[in-house]
Design a protein around this ligand. Structure first.
Ligand code: ZN
Length: 498
């Protein structure tokens, strides 16, 4: 696309050269983007420094260094890895964008729909993808308490990239997408909607009267996730890598009913696991509540929980009653809630997957039904053709028998019934015999108008033509139209017999 550069002057009198066609584009990378900077005043820290978790398909921890050695020596072949990451978070980023939870929850779907978006390197949309996103859900972040995240699972099959995930070179990621709606945090105006940009005078990353300008992005259509060196989102990190080796693959298909959680390959058992986990969690939470509700009914809930609970909307009551002021319990409940929210989100994504599969199944069933109907129709046509053919042959025999005086007009109907009751094989034989008899009686008027007759020699034809002129009875004329049909039947029979 050609660049449409436009000069924009902001409220400070500063000029910007802006490509309007790209103004909706975002990527969470701090590259040469003038609006993104890691020298801004945000100093983010993770709740807990983490190492990427490396597991096999059964969820057992593996030694990534040993695996890399085994791969290098050819002892093990890793066909794919499933990379789980927190791709983007709510709140402010170094690219001076703010992402909102409610929008993210809806937008997460666009990583999978209308197609599975690619995992790339450095947002290069013309490069070969490292793999594709196979799961996307919105939920709490493990790295920060203040933000929620869109979690992604990408299946990486690029053989050059796999070792780089395993040795930790690829550790941070960044999303690429298009903003649907953008609002300015300084003046509150909507500056971008439905692809139309209306500049309010405040540019993201610029300071206006000591207030930093952030653009609030909503309705984001995500295009890809990339490995990058400098993410604009400090928490956009790879969390877990599930290794799919060839031997795992075989084991997986054999033991698919095994009760262990498996990475993405067995939706049913996974959904079952999640369902079980969710049930356990619900029981835990409700069990707590039931047990402590009677306890706490006479006691006043401690005030220390108030602050935290206020952030949790509708769940205040249960949490307050649960805790009885015990901080450990409260942390546990918070953790359980987090897990529940996480599991619910996962469940939702699996449900979507399941319903997609159901739709596919329904379509396949409809296709099958169509094919069966078509096959049925074809069968009917074949039956009709076969019986029409048999009738033609029978008519041919009767015509000859009439001509030879073997059958009369009175008996021809019953004769036809008799013939039709015969097998096609016998009928053919009979028809052949009749034809041979005809040849013995060259004067038979049945052959008079039979130029298409396959088995007749020319002399016979000439002779018959001659006799036709001399036999102009009414019955002959009546038979004339019929003869051509008979001839046709005879033709078929002779071809069959030949
Ligand atoms: Zn503004």
């Amino acid at each position: 696309m050609a660049n449409i550069l436009q000069e924009i002057t902001d409220a400070n009198g500063k000029s910007f050269s802006v490509d309007i066609s790209k103004i909706c584009d975002i990527n969470g990378d701090i590259g040469d983007n003038a609006s993104a900077s890691i020298t801004d005043n945000q100093r983010n820290r993770v709740t807990k420094l983490h190492d990427v978790e490396y597991v096999d398909q059964n969820g057992n921890a593996i030694d990534s260094t040993k695996l890399l050695n085994d791969m290098a020596s050819g002892k093990t072949h890793v066909s794919a890895i499933d990379v789980e990451m927190e791709a983007t978070h709510s709140g402010k980023n170094h690219n001076y964008c703010i992402y909102y939870e409610d929008s993210m929850e809806n937008d997460a779907e666009s990583f999978m729909n209308p197609f599975k978006k690619p995992m790339l390197k450095n947002h290069d949309s013309y490069s070969e993808p490292l793999g594709r996103i196979i799961q996307s859900w919105h939920g709490p972040s493990e790295l920060t308490d203040e933000r929620s995240a869109i979690h992604l699972k990408a299946r990486v099959t690029d053989q050059d990239a796999i070792p780089k995930f395993l040795d930790g070179r690829y550790g941070t990621v960044s999303i690429g997408g298009t903003m649907g709606t953008v609002t300015c945090n300084i003046c509150g105006k909507t500056i971008l909607k439905d692809g139309k940009f209306k500049f309010c005078g405040h540019w993201r990353g610029e300071s206006y009267k000591d207030q930093m300008c952030y653009w609030g992005a909503r309705d984001i259509e995500y295009h890809e996730v990339s490995t990058v060196n400098n993410p604009a989102d400090d928490f956009a990190q790879i969390m877990k890598v599930t290794v799919v080796t060839d031997s795992d693959d075989k084991k997986d298909s054999k033991d698919s009913k095994e009760d262990k959680p498996m990475a993405g390959t067995n939706t049913d058992s996974k959904a079952e696991d999640i369902k079980k986990n969710v049930c356990d969690m619900i029981d835990d939470i409700l069990g707590n509540k039931a047990a402590s509700a009677s306890d706490s009914s006479s006691k006043t809930p401690e005030g220390t929980q108030g602050e935290e609970d206020a952030n949790n909307g509708g769940n205040n009551d249960s949490t307050t009653q649960n805790d009885n002021g015990a901080t450990n319990d409260s942390t546990e409940v918070e953790q359980l809630k987090t897990q529940l929210a996480d599991a619910t989100a996962k469940n939702k994504s699996l449900e979507t997957e399941l319903s997609d599969k159901k739709t596919e199944l329904e379509k396949a069933q409809a296709d099958l039904k169509d094919a069966q109907t078509e096959a049925g129709e074809l069968k009917d046509k074949c039956l009709a053709l076969a019986s029409a053919n048999k009738e033609l042959v029978a008519d041919g025999i009767i015509a000859k028998e009439l001509a030879a005086g073997k059958t009369t007009d009175e008996t021809k109907d019953s004769r036809k019934e008799e013939l039709l009751a015969m097998s096609m094989k016998d009928l053919n034989k009979l028809s052949q015999e009749t034809a041979t008899e005809d040849n013995k009686q060259p004067r038979n008027p049945a052959h008079v108008t039979s130029p298409t007759l396959a088995n007749n020699d020319e002399g016979n034809n000439n002779d018959s033509n001659g006799s036709a002129d001399t036999n102009k009875t009414a019955t002959e004329d009546n038979n004339k139209a019929k003869k051509t049909v008979d001839d046709f039947a005879q033709d078929i029979v002779s071809k069959l017999v030949r």
